[in-house]
Design a binder for this molecule. Structure first.
Ligand code: GDP
Length: 195
């Protein structure tokens, strides 16, 4: 897709009602610091539209970006902050669960995993959660520039094994620095929107 216009149209907090969007939605999930904001900015060709470098205690929101008036890119709140209070974690969980369960327009969920490390218990939980809600997550293995080229396939395998992915599940290595993987992600999103 050629990005002509991007608008952060809706920001939902814990108590907000989800928007009744009429256009397809594609959501992005991942633990804090995995590189989700950097990926979203790269996909939208914007330097800093999505918040980068999350800080502990920052407001957890679901952000809906209207792209070209044809789709919504949905930025789900990052998980896995050890310092966040249990009550906040619970709210976070309810918010994501509520969204995955109730969105009528959600077409696909991308789950971001840091390519350098085996998936954490939280990553696995998020994966299972998305599957439970009826979606097969598409995995984006972030920060691929931090590995040597020769290490990438070994690490993709680690991610696959760690999450217990099905054979046909898709893993796309991505780098926000080189933008490698960006086109593949957009091609996939375009085909999802067309189907
Ligand atoms: P978020 O918390 O998931 O939104 O993560 P951010 O996008 O804010 O990224 C967290 C940190 O990782 C920042 O310092 C980014 O500059 C860095 N980062 C994100 N993506 C990449 C990447 O592809 N390569 C490298 N080398 N650093 C990245």
């Amino acid at each position: 897709m050629i990005i002509k216009e991007v608008n952060l149209e809706t920001v939902c907090g814990y108590t907000s009602k989800l928007p009744d969007n009429q256009k397809p939605e594609i959501a992005f999930a991942g633990k804090s610091n995995v590189g989700k904001s950097s990926l979203i900015n790269a996909l939208m060709n914007r330097k800093s539209l999505a918040r980068t470098s999350a800080q502990p205690g920052k407001t957890q929101t679901i952000n809906f970006y209207n792209i070209n008036d044809v789709m919504y890119l949905v930025d789900l709140p990052g998980y896995g902050y050890a310092k966040v209070a249990e009550s906040e974690k619970k709210k976070w969980g309810q918010m994501i669960e509520n969204y995955l369960h109730n969105s009528k327009q959600l077409r696909a969920v991308f789950l971001l995993i840091d390519i350098r490390h085996a998936p954490s218990a939280n990553d696995k939980m998020m994966y299972d959660w998305i599957v439970y809600q009826g979606y097969e997550p598409i995995i984006i293995a972030t920060k691929m520039d931090k590995l040597k080229r020769s290490q990438i396939s070994k690490h993709v395998k680690l991610v696959r094994e760690g999450l217990g992915l099905k054979k046909e599940s898709i893993v796309i290595p991505f780098s926000a620095t080189s933008k490698q993987g960006r086109e593949e992600i957009w091609n996939l999103m375009d085909s999802i929107l067309e189907s």
